[in-house]
Design a protein around this ligand. Structure first.
Ligand SMILES: [Zn+2]
Ligand SMILES: [Zn+2]
Length: 131
């Protein structure tokens, strides 16, 4: 398989002190911007994917009309305390809630690019199955 240049960053800027998030320009010229809050939500570590899975299950079980409303939880707005490069393939972000286990590979980052074009390209869900 040929290496996918679209998943290789040409420039990476992490705005830790301003809290503005992460800007990546990819080898194909595409530019992505990620808020720290968004990245925190999409943290790829095992713990967070587990958490997301549970929330999804809960959301399915508590469909509108079931009469159950989960209490909203107070959470401070996520931001980053620090960010480090991991080799030349990933970013590690140290969040202000103390969580620093997420290693965001550039491959993954391109996949979760919040823009519409990437959503279509990388996250087109293979037919929603509803039961
Ligand atoms: Zn995590
Ligand atoms: Zn994009």
């Amino acid at each position: 398989m040929l290496p996918d240049v679209r998943r290789k960053p040409a420039s990476v800027k992490v705005h830790v002190s301003s809290g503005a998030g992460v800007d990546i320009t990819w080898s194909d010229g595409h530019a992505s911007h990620y808020d720290f809050a968004y990245l925190r939500d999409e943290c790829p570590c095992a713990m967070c994917s587990d958490e997301r899975q549970k929330k999804q299950d809960l959301a399915q079980r508590t469909a509108p009309g079931s009469g159950f409303t989960p209490l909203p939880m107070f959470k401070p707005k996520p931001s980053a305390r620090a960010a480090h490069a991991v080799g030349n393939y990933a970013l590690q972000i140290d969040f202000n809630d103390g969580h620093a286990m997420g290693i965001y590979s550039f491959d993954y980052l391109r996949t979760i690019c919040p823009c519409e074009a990437c959503a279509r390209e990388y996250r087109a869900s293979p037919e929603q199955t509803s039961h």
